[in-house]
Design a protein around this ligand. Structure first.
Ligand SMILES: *Cc1c(COP(=O)(O)O)cnc(C)c1O
Length: 374
């Protein structure tokens, strides 16, 4: 079935007890056993399983072309599920430009627990090949990257990881399964912050890990961490996320079309030094993105001439764009990443990151136009 059809139907069935076409919310923390202690309804205990969570996991696996998924209480908890599958002394290879808190998790916590961590430019497979070590067990890919939309070649990196005996994981949060399906390109696992496009309404924190096959040993460890560690989403979080899936392809298509218009307009503005958007023909990752993605996504960033002070003045003047962290919702957001990340940030001080929502492109462009005026 096509993506839109899966988005509308995967994980859903008419409730046998009531006939409800929308899955009922099951809040029970525990489920009935038979006299011989078996589980006739297939559910054990809310940390291990829940009908709303199972439905969400089936749907997410279907949308990524995977066999199984494990849902978590946040994207970071999903990342921890993958990192906990590693052992002390293992080496994890990461992109130089990486989601800010993924780096924080590794540097502040996992290194203390004996994980070896190093960074490499993932847009250069030759450098990745040279950075692999005999004990490399994880190649973490994030493409397009945050905040400069650097594009990495998933198929090439998955091949290198496989030759090295490492698991290739792709954080597919920014690209979304609408535009990019890493498992089809050879990755072993996909990770999402479902807080972003999958939720789409800025009202749920969540995450997931999706596997090509349910019996991959690394995924079984992720499952065990989910059930035993317990960083699981509530039934209502799962219900909300499943509610959001039928509109995912429509939202992402509309947001992407608007992002392309905004990026093209920004590039013509004399106050703008650079626009980072893989849909622009002169973006360094454009050809690769055109090959491995069905669309260029709805995230972009731009650097204002005049650096930090000029960017601060622009973000102070926006009216329609909301100044807030996060992305993927129906409302457009803008953020001065350098100020958020602090003085040691590698992000250019004049860079503004934008998440394009579902507003009309003319209104978004008008807001940026008045904010760029001095
Ligand atoms: C938001 C985000 C995360 C973390 O997800 P949370 O749901 O906030 O824990 C990880 N990776 C990327 C690319 C993100 O945008």
């Amino acid at each position: 079935m096509k993506f839109e059809t899966l988005a509308a139907h995967a994980g859903r069935r008419v409730d046998a007890a009531s006939g409800a076409v929308v899955p009922p919310l099951v809040l029970a923390t525990t489920f009935e056993r038979a006299a011989d202690a078996s589980l006739p309804h297939g559910n054990l205990y809310g940390r291990m399983d829940n009908p709303n969570r199972r439905a969400l996991e089936q749907a997410l696996a279907a949308l990524e072309g995977g066999a199984a998924a494990a849902a978590f209480a946040s994207g970071q908890a999903a990342t921890m599920g993958v990192l906990h599958a590693l052992a002390p002394g293992d080496h994890a290879l990461l992109p130089l430009e990486l989601y800010y808190n993924t780096r924080g998790l590794l540097d502040q916590h996992y290194v203390r627990w004996g994980l070896q961590v190093s960074g490499v430019d993932m847009s250069r497979p030759d450098e990745v090949a040279a950075a692999l070590r005999p004990n490399t067990r994880l190649v973490w890919v994030e493409t397009p990257s945050n905040p400069r939309l650097i594009v990495a070649d998933i198929a090439a990196l998955a091949r290198l990881a496989r030759q090295a005996g490492a698991t290739c994981v792709v954080d597919n949060t920014w690209a979304t399964p609408v535009w990019q399906r890493p498992l089809e390109l050879g990755a072993d696992l996909v990770m999402h912050s479902t807080t972003k496009y999958i939720g789409g309404h800025s009202d749920v924190i969540g995450g997931c890990v999706i596997a090509r096959s349910a019996d991959q040993p690394v995924f079984q460890r992720v499952r065990s961490w989910q059930a035993q560690g317990g960083a699981v989403p509530s039934p209502f979080d799962c219900w909300l996320l499943l509610r959001s899936l039928p509109t995912l392809p429509l939202r992402v298509r509309a947001q992407t079309a608007t992002a392309g218009q905004v990026a093209a307009w920004l590039r013509e503005q004399p106050q703008v030094e650079r626009v980072h958007y893989p849909g622009l023909a002169d973006h360094p990752g454009h050809a690769l993105a055109a090959r491995q993605m069905g669309g260029f996504g709805a995230m972009l960033s731009f650097e204002v001439k005049g650096g930090q002070a000029a960017a601060a003045a622009v973000i102070a003047r926006v009216g329609l764009f909301l100044r807030a962290t996060s992305l993927g919702g129906y409302e457009s957001l803008i953020e001065h990443r350098f100020l958020v990340e602090g003085p040691n940030s590698p992000t250019p001080p004049g860079l503004l990151r934008v998440s394009i929502g579902l507003e009309h492109p003319d209104d978004l462009i008008a807001d940026l136009a008045q904010a760029l005026q001095r």
